[in-house]
Write a protein that binds this ligand. Structure first.
Ligand SMILES: C[S@@+](CC[C@H](N)C(=O)[O-])C[C@H]1O[C@@H](n2cnc3c(N)ncnc32)[C@H](O)[C@@H]1O
Length: 419
């Protein structure tokens, strides 16, 4: 199945490139005024041109239909077609190549207040707000406590991107093991040659016995969205006579398993710090919301869980871990971080995203092995990212807007249960 869709992708790629050359690439700029042309003046179409156009249309149609059928099999039929782990890796490879700022800011969120619920400083720069977030986490996970004499604190950066937080930690004398699914991110992170930092391409869901009891903290900033898959999002499972949403059911189990592993990696006084996007299930979701969420899940390879599932099923289901205090809502921070700075990942005015030819060429080269580049192109083109927070408002979100946003960004720490 995968092989077939890749072959179709390859044909579409070749034809699309031909079409782009003939017809011109799509542009974000206002269209140039075209000269009116009378029907009599139109150049005669030759038979070959019409056949090529028909062939292209048929191929694109087959590709799209095949793609949709595969997605339907996954969403409704609960049958896995795509390898979502590879999809996530490729997606971040792509970002790494396309984003012009070399991801100077991280993907998760800057922090515009100093304390929980503190005053929101919209005037802060992204750099300041990002450093503020790192300071906050540094203290929250106890890295500010002095390490044992002659040792250094160690952090497992689970989903460490291209090493932005690792750069901060290294400057603070902390040793870091960074994990990513993207070879490109690992390469960029390792090329920084940060003292005490090593990035590896590894799946953090796979238990590693060598890490047990080794880390003062495990941090997963903006990566838990990828812990599980969207397969079965629109299907149900029957377990012990009760019906459950298939994707949500399996995802809860996968999150419990993954976070239990993290729990084994930390020292007795260690912490796990997680920031993640979750479905705001106190708000009624429209069909468009669900479609957007499915598209985003599919684009990145992951699954958005409901916050109520995390809070009421996953965290209470952990073996040896409990919440350290209450969760925080950083939705407004995330939204403002993206909207206030055109260099930020979430802001699609960024130069890289506007360079459509470069973007399309980069995507086209990967199409044979990663058909989801089309999804991602669509997502850039229609700027769907801010849908999660209720649209592209140019002011910080009010409390009411946060309450009504389809998605929330939550931050919380886990610690070993006190016995
Ligand atoms: C949205 S980025 C966040 C990166 C970084 N924490 C930041 O805030 O900039 C998600 C990261 O999680 C990584 N990731 C997702 N699932 C993973 C998995 N199962 N194992 C290892 N890394 C994973 C991706 O490769 C990517 O580096």
């Amino acid at each position: 199945m995968k092989f077939k869709s890749q072959s179709v992708s390859f044909i579409v790629l070749s034809l699309s490139v031909a079409l782009i050359h003939c017809g011109g690439a799509p542009s974000m700029e206002a269209p140039r005024e075209s000269l009116p042309m009378d029907a009599e003046e139109a150049p005669p179409t030759n038979g070959l041109g019409a056949k090529v156009a028909l062939g292209v249309a048929a191929t694109v149609g087959t590709f799209v239909a095949g793609h949709l059928a595969a997605d339907c099999l996954e969403f409704f039929g609960d049958i896995q077609v795509w390898d979502q782990t590879k999809m996530t890796g490729k997606c971040y490879d792509e970002f790494e190549r396309i984003l012009p700022v070399g991801m100077k800011f991280d993907y998760s969120e800057p922090r515009y207040s100093l304390t929980r619920g503190g005053e929101f400083h919209r005037e802060w720069t992204s750099e300041f707000a990002t450093a503020n977030k790192y300071d906050y986490i540094f203290n929250a996970v106890g890295l500010s406590d002095p390490p044992q004499p002659g040792t250094k604190h160690k952090v497992l950066e689970a989903g460490g991107g291209n090493g932005i937080f690792a750069t901060y930690l290294s400057q603070k004398g902390v040793k870091v093991t960074g994990l990513t699914l993207s070879p490109e991110q690992a390469r960029v992170a390792n090329e920084k040659k940060l003292e005490g930092v090593e990035f590896v391409v590894a799946d953090y869901r796979v238990f590693n016995p060598n890490w047990v009891g080794q880390y003062k903290a495990v941090t997963a900033l903006g990566s838990s969205e990828h812990v599980c898959q969207s397969v079965g999002s629109l299907a149900t499972l029957e377990i012990d006579g009760e019906r459950h949403n298939a994707a949500a059911y399996r995802c809860n189990a996968q999150r419990i398993d993954t976070w239990n592993n993290f729990g084994q990696y930390i020292t007795d006084d260690g912490r796990i710090y997680i920031t993640m996007l979750v479905v705001n299930d106190e708000r009624e979701w429209s069909a468009t919301d669900w479609a957007q969420a499915l598209l985003l899940n599919r684009t990145y390879g992951g699954y958005y869980s409901k916050w109520s599932d995390i809070k009421n099923v996953v965290i209470p289901g952990l073996d040896d871990l409990e919440m350290d205090g209450e969760e925080e809502d950083l939705t407004a921070d995330y939204h403002w971080g993206s909207m206030s700075d055109p260099r930020h990942f979430g802001n699609w005015k960024i130069e890289g995203a506007r360079n459509w030819m470069a973007h399309i060429w980069d995507a086209a080269k990967r199409l044979p092995t990663d058909p989801h580049v089309f999804h991602r192109l669509g997502y850039h083109k229609w700027r769907t990212w801010m849908w999660q927070f209720g649209g592209e408002t140019i002011d910080p979100l009010t409390a009411d807007q946060v309450k009504n946003a389809p998605m929330h960004l939550k931050a919380f720490a886990l610690k070993k249960k006190q016995r």
